[in-house]
Design a protein around this ligand. Structure first.
Ligand code: 5GP
Length: 109
């Protein structure tokens, strides 16, 4: 389903994009800021990453820093990548959650 958002065929609140990733607001936000950083190339999960994806990884973190600045997350924020069923991944398209705007707790559920 994220491929359809990348292709512009499904609506999303896009907040940022780079050459290799797009960033859009999560449909079911778990914090005042909750966006998903999504590679434009379809990759199932973190486990699909290879040495060829160094540029994707760089853009994920570059985009995270851009958004934490534009969202004013001056006190801290969190990145999460759920992987596989036991990791809580529900969408089989690699994505990194960026959450902020409230105090995070540990351990996560
Ligand atoms: P996961 O559970 O795979 O780590 O995270 C998937 C996330 O995608 C969830 O937080 C869910 O709310 C979000 N999500 C699922 N479908 C859509 C969609 O069509 N649009 C947007 N913006 N978010 C979605």
């Amino acid at each position: 389903m994220f491929c359809r958002i990348v292709a512009g065929e499904s609506p999303a609140q896009i907040v940022h994009f780079t050459e290799k990733v797009i960033v859009f607001r999560d449909a079911n936000p778990q914090a005042p800021t909750h966006v998903l950083i999504v590679p434009k190339e379809h990759l199932d999960s973190v486990e699909s990453l290879t040495d060829a994806h160094a540029g994707v990884l760089a853009d994920i973190f570059r985009a995270a820093n851009h958004v934490r600045t534009s969202e004013g997350l001056d006190d801290g924020w969190r990145l999460v990548a759920n992987v596989g069923p036991a990791g809580g991944q529900t969408v089989s398209h690699l994505h990194v959650h960026l959450l902020g705007g409230r105090q995070m707790t540990w351990p996560p559920g």
